[in-house]
Design a protein around this ligand. Structure first.
Ligand code: E4P
Length: 216
């Protein structure tokens, strides 16, 4: 399972990369706003150079023709760029057009199995179902992942299932058990994944025993 980092914070990405846990990055307009840089293309280029893997940058246009134009501009930033397109009626046209030109597309804001089927048929490289936002409205987000994995397996579709809106380590473990291709998560979740109280307790006991042996 690939781990993408869901942030535009370059220092946070560098930190996770040092742990060997950064296979790619996803951004969105809200994350770009949080990073607070006006030179968004330059920031995306810096992220691409650092990660040397797929980096999603999202279009803000809402009509197909403008989405396609914006997507082509984003794709020119780096060979690592993936163009993120919202899963709307107009978005599907843009996904199909950019995919035909072999520009990798991440279809975002996917909330139903039917949307997932459509974006795969349109040729998206990645399909991003949002689990946390479904949980927020009392739907089980992970049920959607199970459905999408089943559909893509049934028809041997190439689109990768990119589990998005991950909020806690449980989402990551469930996604891995279901065979999702990628999980994109905030840096905090990656840090939480490594923590275990028995590891901390065990290490404290080992170090205390070592100190006793040294006569300290
Ligand atoms: C995915 O690509 C999105 O940027 C992200 O996962 C959204 O997460 P959120 O629902 O926590 O904002």
């Amino acid at each position: 399972m690939k781990f993408f980092i869901d942030t535009a914070d370059i220092d946070a990405i560098a930190e996770i990369k040092a742990m060997g846990m950064c296979d790619g990055v996803t951004t969105n307009p809200s994350l770009m706003a949080k990073a607070g840089r006006q030179d968004t293309d330059a920031l995306l280029r810096e992220i691409c150079d650092l990660v040397e893997g797929p980096v999603s940058g999202e279009v803000v246009a809402t009509e197909a023709a403008e989405m396609i134009e914006e997507g082509k501009r984003l794709a020119k930033i780096s060979e690592h760029m993936v163009v993120k397109i919202p899963t709307t009626y107009e978005g599907l046209k843009a996904i199909a057009a950019l995919s035909r030109e072999e520009i990798p597309v991440n279809a975002t804001l996917v909330f139903s199995p039917s949307q997932a089927l459509l974006v795969a048929k349109a040729g998206a490289a990645y399909c991003s179902p949002f689990v946390g936002r479904l949980d927020d409205i009392s739907h089980d987000g992970m049920d959607l992942i199970e459905q999408v994995v089943t559909i893509y397996t049934n028809y041997d579709l190439d689109t990768e299932v990119l589990v998005a809106s991950i909020r806690h380590p449980g989402h990551v473990v469930e996604a891995a058990l279901m065979g999702a291709d990628v999980g994109t998560m905030p840096p905090k979740v990656i840090q939480q994944l490594v923590q275990h109280p028995l590891t901390d307790r065990g290490l404290a006991a080992f170090l205390a025993d070592w100190d006793r042996l040294q006569g300290r």
